[in-house]
Design a protein around this ligand. Sequence first.
Ligand SMILES: Nc1ncnc2c1ncn2[C@@H]1O[C@H](COP(=O)(O)OP(=O)(O)O)[C@@H](O)[C@H]1O
Ligand SMILES: N[C@@H](CCOP(=O)(O)O)C(=O)O
Length: 319
Amino acid sequence: MAVFTPLTDSQVETFLSQFDAGSLIACKGVPAGTENSTFFVTTDRRELVLTLFEQGEHEELPFFVELLDYLDEHRLPVPGPLHDRDGIALHSLAGKPALLFPRLPGKHPEAPNLAQCRALGDALGRMHRVSQRFPGHRPNPRDLHWLLPMHHKVLAYLSPEDQALMKDEVEIYQGFFGDAPTLPQGAIHGDLFRDNTLFDGDELGGLIDFYNGCTGDLLFDLAIVINDWATEADGRLDPARYEALLGAYQARRPLEESEREAWPMMLRMTALRYWLSRLLVVYVDPPAHDLTPHDPEAFRGVLKRRIAEGALPLLEAAR
Ligand SMILES: Nc1ncnc2c1ncn2[C@@H]1O[C@H](COP(=O)(O)OP(=O)(O)O)[C@@H](O)[C@H]1O
Ligand SMILES: N[C@@H](CCOP(=O)(O)O)C(=O)O
């Protein structure tokens, strides 16, 4: 259960009255959330999602609004936030920052099929084409600059073998990315796992949960996607899903030479990013709620597979 701040109907009615979105019929807490309180709101006009921001840096919310507005204006399948009659999206409700969104159709794909992988690759490629011109700026909070200090915090909890793995990897990324040319930049989702997408059958209903959104290497986003969408439980890449996703992505935005060179390393670095963030949740900074944390071991497995796979000749097949 993850409604951290319950709301009364009268609170929701007053909140809704600022928007041109109809009158309240029903408001239901969504159990699936992990960080924010989310409600499905039905009015006499439409289906909406109300999010109360429980944690995180609230001063960054205007960036997320700008990014979603921008992507929505460019016809990407994202929930563009509703703006009130004065043009304001970000409000306060029950003492928490609040945003109202259209409710997008579909559910999270657990075992994505090839059509869904193609749809996701296509949407991400389209998003990255336009996001290169997004004027906002928010440095990537989970890139190498974060890995460098943070990995020290978990070393004490790891076996000697895993300590060596993590330390060696971070050192390798430092050497590689320190010397590499700047990769194509733009706004990225930053956490585009299956559970941050909605599918209605094979049709992509939308990309949601942009609260890791930031600006940085586009390739970082693509690598996160491959490590989740095209990866088996043991960390192995699934060639068919890999090619479906990368092929559709590159039909919209072909990778540049610098990105092809950085690709195997980016897959490794983003695998380690989740190994580390999950270890931090388990050992260093557990959340106040009792939701089961994600398993860090899964991404240790992904990292080890990516190292073993080396230069990934499959990329050629996905050109
Ligand atoms: N715009 C939306 N349309 C439909 N469902 C949504 C939308 N936004 C969120 N949800 C649903 O609410 C759940 C929790 O939202 P999310 O933003 O992922 O919260 P958290 O950051 O707390 O995990 C999602 O898994 C999804 O099922
Ligand atoms: N999708 C992530 C959860 C969000 O990561 P965070 O670093 O923003 O907390 C996962 O599967 O671990």
